[in-house]
Design a protein around this ligand. Structure first.
Ligand code: HEC
Length: 172
């Protein structure tokens, strides 16, 4: 009982401290990923049919292009930091805006990853589809996306000798 009472007097100051931290955190404003520069966009080389382009826009480009949409709540910390982190990491792995500037072996490999991760439902991230209902892909949508990526791989395979598609360094 006395232990409980002595703890109790810390609750209010602790809550105030948390509230203060929350307010202070709002001053941290990560740089936004917003640009119309898409110097080597994947669509220049492997144009997607309209339905697939719509899927990419709704489900992938926020984290895998040079331009992210920022609904109002994304301006609130700690959400803003969390999103900035996802975008940075997502772009580092795969940036559709700069896709065709990579070596052909890497482009080929990334397309393969797209197929694999969409099939396994690892992409788009669950934390994203939880909020973005239009990014929850139906089976026909997944199939359309996969068919486009597969067609792009087939094009590459037809245009380049097999040994140019071998990854020299090990990459995930
Ligand atoms: C909310 C952000 C977000 C969205 C939306 C998103 N991704 Fe990702 N993606 C990431 C992050 C972060 C990584 C890197 C870490 C990981 O693999 O989990 C990644 C990794 C990947 C990779 C792996 C690249 C590699 O070589 O390992 C592929 C492929 C990929 N995403 C495809 C997609 C596709 C296709 C979509 C849309 C259907 C999509 N992603 C939607 C954040 C996102």
């Amino acid at each position: 009982m006395s232990y409980y009472c002595s703890m109790k007097k810390y609750i209010k100051p602790a809550l105030w401290a948390l509230a203060g931290l929350f307010v202070l955190a709002q001053f941290i404003r990560p740089e936004k990923n917003q640009s119309n520069e898409h110097p080597a966009h994947i669509r220049n080389r492997f144009p997607a049919p309209e339905n697939v382009e719509t899927i990419l826009q709704a489900a992938c480009y926020d984290c895998h292009s040079n331009n992210t949409r920022y609904p109002w709540y994304t301006g609130i910390q700690p959400v803003a930091a969390w999103i900035a982190n996802h975008v940075a990491e997502g772009k580092r792995e795969l940036n559709f805006s700069e896709f065709t500037s990579r070596r052909i072996a890497i482009q080929n490999h990334k397309l393969e990853e797209v197929i694999e991760l969409v099939r396994k439902q690892e992409m788009p991230l669950a934390s994203y589809t939880w909020i973005h209902a239009d990014a929850r892909l139906s089976t026909p949508q997944k199939n359309a996306l996969i068919a486009w990526a597969q067609a792009a791989m087939d094009t590459i395979k037809a245009q380049y000798p097999a040994d140019s598609l071998v990854l020299r360094r090990k990459r995930r």
